[in-house]
Design a protein around this ligand. Sequence first.
Ligand code: SF4
Length: 336
Amino acid sequence: MPASMPPAGQPAELWQESLSDLITDPRELADFLQLDQRLDPAGEQALAQFPLKVPRAFAERMEKGNWRDPLLRQVWPSFTEEREAPGFTADPLRERHYNPRPGLLHKYRGRVLLIAAPHCAIHCRYCFRREFDYRENSPARAEWREAFDYIRGDASIEEVILSGGDPLALGDGQLRWLLESIAGIPHVTTVRIHTRLPVVIPERVSGELLAMLRGCRQRVAVVIHCNHAQEIDAPVAAALKSLHRAGVSLLNQSVLLQGVNDDAAALSALSKRLFSENVLPYYLHLPDRVAGTRHFAVTLEAAEAIMRELQACLPGYLVPRLVREDPGKPAKTRLI
Ligand code: SF4
């Protein structure tokens, strides 16, 4: 192979092995990181409601002996989740109101979102869909046709977003079928894939996946949902390079999380690291007020102060837009 050719991507079976070998026991994670669980016990109720799931490759990027590690904080099912917090609810975005067909959400003009997969490779404790009804939104192929008929019947829909769960947690056969079904709808010009897989299990960027994305009729954008520069190690960088060379537009959106990335230095380092891997930062979300996530909340005032610092130290194209999702609004609310 000439030196300029992109890497072929990893063999398919590697990522499936990683996906079936996740850390799901908090004791195992605490032991691996040499942490004393008595200092921040895992909450039994929190675990029952939203179990622990951490890929080993992601755990290896955490600092041993550090309860404040920014990657650990994103996944640790702390007992503090179980404290009541007024204003924090199961469905703060009222997504069930925008769910006209199983598996399909239509919130904004011109684009629809498909709940392509009911599961993820990692459980992020701040997730706004941690109580989403995936059983009601896991269509079989026959039911997916209803969603495709809905898209076909509305010529204003130009973009289909694959979300979840994590769409890249699907096997290649089902993913190919979804992409081919979307490719058959003439007015859809863009497919956007929201996924944590290239970051948490970079082997997911296999040769098969790259070939599939390269062969798409529509433009393809992949949004990688990375919150901290420490998440990007050499295998993640290689996966992103392969996606870029396959012609995929790479974007990032982060959530502003207390104790993870709520300072300008961390966000500036993240933007620079992303850009060095051909990824543009575009959104920084104020966290949604989801039950169990009070400990991640950042006030609007604090978020605006961080943004002013970021604007002072980064070129404009590396400053993500600070946004909040307000249910019922025609677009995300841009805050600064
Ligand atoms: S990968 Fe995305 S959908 Fe899955 S738990 Fe994390 S934030 Fe939620």
